[in-house]
Design a protein around this ligand. Structure first.
Ligand code: RIB
Ligand code: CA
Length: 336
């Protein structure tokens, strides 16, 4: 099967960076470009971090575009408490050479999506760039072949408020704009947003044992992953009460490659933009509102299958060996 053309829209960000590594390692994906949005860190820092990852993966040929510097309406709030002031766990790796960051992600998205090619978007940050595209060129936006969005939560608790996940909390107006388009725009009648929310991503935990295994398979990348996740481990121990870190964004990429990784349900989802619960994704599982379905909300994931895909794709692990080792070290997680 030919590789599927994909634009990664991201806010690197530690887990975004691991997701970029995974996307570049999967033969099923052709990353034709990367757009950066303000989120975990300001867009300038995020773009510089994308360049760092591209240089680690020897893929500085991939174009990088800077996007939104602030949310559509709300003041911008970063997540440097989670990702470090540099966005890569305060590793302060030197800037990458050979990677040119271009401006205007929305113009890039507009030109590529209007070309007639089948291009999907895997969104790993706030949806500001995509909302701006929708507002300026609805036809280009509706040409997105598939939209996978790491964001939101159905039943799992939030990570920015009791009910809101960061990507949709950082820019709830952008998320609402995108989700509303998928339920109201006739050109999107047969398309859904694949919502890779905290219900499934919280079950994907990089533990110290798996990290140690990574370093034996591929010392160079394993040590880089260890370096950037150290800060993230500390954050998770304090906030999530776990020893390890949640790989939110890499699951969105893995799910794009292998849909059997996750299961969920088709429904109507709305994003709250006001009041105490702003950023919450309300998934109408019992069709109370009887509104048009706009989303496939993922609720179950095969954690081991994900980890095998990541270990073999990014680090080059032998699948049989990795399967035996994961069986000995992975804890099957109950509902998040
Ligand atoms: O809530 C987790 C999401 O917000 C991840 O995409 C993380 O990188 C941040 O963008
Ligand atoms: Ca992200």
């Amino acid at each position: 099967m030919n590789a599927q053309k994909v634009i990664l829209d991201c806010d690197p960000g530690i887990d975004d960076s691991l997701a970029v590594m995974l996307a570049l390692s999967c033969k099923e994906i052709e990353v034709i470009g990367i757009t950066v949005v303000c989120g975990n860190v300001p867009v300038e820092k995020g773009a510089a971090n994308v360049c760092r990852v591209l240089s680690w993966m020897d893929r500085t040929d991939i174009p990088v575009y800077k996007g939104a510097e602030k949310p559509l309406v709300r003041p911008y709030v970063n997540a440097e408490d989670t990702h470090g002031s540099d966005g890569l766990g305060e590793t302060y790796f030197p800037p990458a050479n050979g990677c040119t960051v271009k401006s205007d992600a929305v113009s890039y998205l507009k030109s590529v999506l209007s070309s007639g090619d089948d291009v999907s978007v895997i969104a790993l940050g706030p949806l500001t760039n995509l909302a701006q595209l929708l507002l300026c060129d609805e036809s280009a936006f509706c040409s997105i072949k598939e939209l996978i969005s790491m964001g939101g939560s159905y039943k799992s608790h939030g990570n920015c408020s009791p009910v809101a996940e960061y990507n949709y909390w950082c820019d709830p107006d952008a998320a609402a704009c995108v989700y509303n388009a998928f339920s109201e725009n006739p050109k999107l009648k047969h398309k859904l947003i694949h919502m890779v929310g905290l219900d499934v991503t919280r079950k994907i935990v990089l533990t110290p044992n798996i990290l140690e295994y990574m370093k034996t398979i591929n010392p160079d990348l394993g040590k880089k992953i260890e370096a950037v996740t150290r800060f993230y481990f500390d954050f998770h121990q304090k906030q999530e009460g776990i020893i390890g870190c949640v790989l939110n964004d890499p699951l969105a990429v893995a799910y794009f490659v292998d849909r059997s990784l996750c299961r969920g349900f088709v429904t109507h989802t709305e994003i709250e933009t006001e009041g105490i619960s702003y950023g919450q994704s309300l998934c109408d599982a019992f069709k109370i509102w009887n509104r048009p379905c706009n989303s496939l909300v993922l609720t179950e994931v095969d954690e081991k299958k994900f980890m095998l895909l990541f270990l073999s794709g990014v680090l080059g692990a032998d699948l049989d060996e990795a399967s035996r080792i994961l069986d000995s070290i992975m804890v099957r997680r109950e509902r998040a």
